[in-house]
Design a protein around this ligand. Structure first.
Ligand code: UDX
Length: 453
C-alpha cells in the first residue's frame, strides 16, 4: 500500500488495523520504529505518510470512504477443527468481509490481497451479496465487485519487487473493476505485465507459484545430501543445471530448508485442496516437498551432533542467524527454530546471534526462556540458550559455529580472530554456503558446508 501511495500521488491510501499499538508504530515519527523491518520501506513511508498514506484504527469510516478495499489480513494454517494442520483459517477474512459489507457505501471493489485457498472469493462474494442493495444514509445503494490480486513480493526485497514486478495478477469477472485496479498498477507497471485471469485461476496461481518455488528448494536440498555423500559440490551442480534456460538459475541455493510465512502454509493448503477433490496422489506429491524440507532441518541438527563426537551435551554452539532469510527480522517457520530445538533437546548450550531478531521473538519461537549467563552446568544435560549481540561474543569458548541465515556480514567474518576464541577441535557448519571456508580452514577450523562432499 505504501508503494501504491508512492506511485499514485492522487490516490488516498488508508491502512486500517484494529490493533492500536501497531497503528501507533506505523505513525511513529521515528521511521526506524516501523513494525516491519524491510529495506527501503522507511523511505517510502517517510515520503508518503500524511500526504496520501494514512494509518488509522477508524476502520468503518475508512471503508465507507473507499472506492476500493484490499483485504490483507492473515490466513494462517488452522490449528484445530476440520483441516487442522493444512487448511487456512479464514476467520479474519470472513470478519473483514462482513465489516466491509456493513460499512461500504455506493459501489465498492473488494480486492483479495491475502493468499487464500481457491474459491474463497465465493465466500467473500456471498457475504457481500447479502448486503447488496442496502442504502447507507442518503447514499447510493451498495454494490460490490470482488477481485483477486495476489502478492508475489518476497521479504527483504519487497520494495524492488513491488517497484518492478515480474507480473501483476488480477483475477475477476467484472471487466470495469479489473480495469480500475489495472489502472492503479498502470501508474508504474507496463501493461503487458498486468495479467488478467478468472478469479479461481488467480487464487490458484499464487498457491502454485509458491509450491513450485518451494519444490525447487526441496529438490536442490535433496541433491545437496547426495553431493555430500558422493563428493560432488551442490553449488557447481546448481550452476551447471541453472545454465539451462529451461531450468533457470534462481531458487537453486541449497540451505537449511525454506522458511517464511508462505511456502509451507501454501503447500499445505494445496495438499488440503487436492485431498478435498479426491486427488490423493497429487496431494502426496506436494506433501513430500514439505517432508523433505523438515528432513533437511533434522539432518543438519543430527549432523552437528554426529561431527561433535556424537554428543553436544554441555557443548557451546554459536548459532549465527535466526531469521528465515537475510534482510528481515521475520522468523516465521525459520529453519533455525527446528534446528535449535533439536540441538537443545540434545543438551547443547546455544549462543544465538542475529542482527535483527530480538530475544523476545527467539523466546517465543523456541518455547523456552533464555538462560541469563553464566550458562548452565555443562553436563547437566539440559539444553540452554541465550542471545548475544556480536558474532565474537557468540564464538567465545564455543565448540562449533553454525550459520543458519545468509546475512551478508557473515561472509566478512574474520576466522583467524574468531577461531582463536573457540575450544579445539572446533567446527564451522555453514548451512548457507556463505562463509570464507578456506580462511576458516586456514584458521584451524574443521568445516562442513551444505552440499559439499
Ligand atoms: C516467498 C515468495 O518468493 C514470494 O513470491 C511470495 O509472495 C511469498 O513467499 P519469501 O518467503 O519472502 O517469499 O522469501 P523467499 O526469498 O522466497 O525465500 C523463502 C525461503 O526459501 C527462505 O527461507 C530462503 O532462505 C529459502 N531459499 C530461497 C532457499 O533456501 N534457497 C533458494 O534458492 C531460495
Amino acid at each position: 500500500m505504501a508503494v501504491i501511495a508512492d506511485r499514485c500521488p492522487e490516490i488516498q491510501v488508508t491502512v486500517v488495523d484494529l490493533n492500536q499499538a501497531r497503528i501507533d508504530a506505523w505513525n511513529d515519527p521515528d521511521l526506524s520504529k516501523l513494525p516491519v523491518y524491510e529495506p527501503g520501506l522507511d523511505a517510502v513511508v517517510g515520503r508518503c505518510r500524511g500526504r496520501n498514506l494514512h494509518f488509522t484504527t477508524a476502520v468503518d469510516a475508512a471503508i465507507a470512504a473507499a472506492d476500493m478495499v484490499f483485504l490483507s489480513v492473515n490466513t494462517p494454517t488452522k490449528t484445530k477443527g476440520v483441516g487442522a494442520g493444512q487448511a487456512s483459517d479464514l476467520r479474519w477474512i470472513e470478519a473483514s468481509a462482513r465489516q466491509v459489507a456493513a460499512c461500504a457505501q455506493g459501489h465498492t471493489i473488494v480486492v483479495e490481497k491475502s493468499t487464500l485457498p481457491v474459491r474463497t472469493a465465493e465466500t467473500v462474494k456471498a457475504i457481500l451479496n447479502a448486503a447488496q442493495g442496502e442504502v447507507a444514509g442518503a447514499g447510493a445503494p451498495k454494490t460490490f465487485s470482488v477481485l483477486s490480486n495476489p502478492e508475489f513480493l518476497a521479504e527483504g526485497t519487497a520494495i524492488p519487487d513491488l517497484e518492478a514486478p515480474d507480473r501483476v495478477l488480477i483475477g475477476g469477472e467484472d471487466a470495469a473493476s479489473i480495469d480500475a485496479l489495472a489502472s492503479v498498477y498502470g501508474h508504474w507497471v507496463p501493461q503487458e505485465r498486468i495479467l488478467r485471469t478468472n478469479l479461481w485461476s488467480s487464487e490458484l496461481s499464487k498457491l502454485t507459484a509458491n509450491a513450485f518455488l518451494a519444490q525447487r528448494i526441496s529438490s536442490i536440498n535433496s541433491i545437496a545430501a547426495l553431493c555430500e555423500a558422493t563428493g560432488a559440490d551442490v553449488n557447481e551442480v546448481a550452476h551447471a543445471i541453472g545454465a539451462d534456460s529451461r531450468i533457470g538459475a534462481k531458487f537453486l541455493k541449497a540451505g537449511p530448508g525454506f522458511g517464511g510465512s508462505c511456502f509451507q502454509k501454501d503447500i499445505l493448503n494445496l495438499v488440503y485442496l487436492c485431498g478435498h477433490y479426491g486427488l490423493h496422489d497429487v496431494a502426496a506429491y506436494w506433501q513430500s516437498v514439505v517432508e523433505l524440507n523438515i528432513w533437511q532441518q533434522q539432518r543438519i541438527a543430527q549432523l552437528v551432533v554426529q561431527k561433535l563426537f556424537g554428543t553436544v551435551t554441555g557443548k557451546r554452539i554459536a548459532v549465527l542467524g535466526f531469521a528465515f532469510k537475510a534482510d528481515t527480522n521475520d522468523t516465521r517457520e525459520a529453519p533455525a527454530i527446528r534446528i535449535c530445538q533439536d540441538l537443545l533437546e540434545e543438551g547443547a548450550q546455544l549462543a544465538i546471534y542475529d542482527p535483527k531478531v530480538p530475544e523476545s521473538q527467539i523466546t517465543s519461537d523456541l518455547g523456552c526462556h533464555p538462560l541469563i549467563s553464566p550458562m548452565g552446568s555443562p553436563l547437566s544435560g539440559d539444553g540452554v540458550w541465550h542471545r548475544v549481540t556480536t558474532p565474537t561474543e557468540a564464538v567465545a569458548q564455543a565448540d562449533a559455529v553454525l550459520i543458519l541465515t545468509e546475512w551478508a556480514s557473515f561472509a566478512e567474518l574474520n576466522w583467524q580472530e574468531l577461531a582463536g576464541q573457540m575450544r579445539k577441535p572446533a567446527w564451522l557448519f555453514d548451512a548457507r554456503s556463505i562463509a570464507d571456508l578456506s580462511a576458516a580452514q586456514a584458521a584451524g577450523l574443521q568445516v562442513w558446508r551444505v552440499g559439499c562432499g
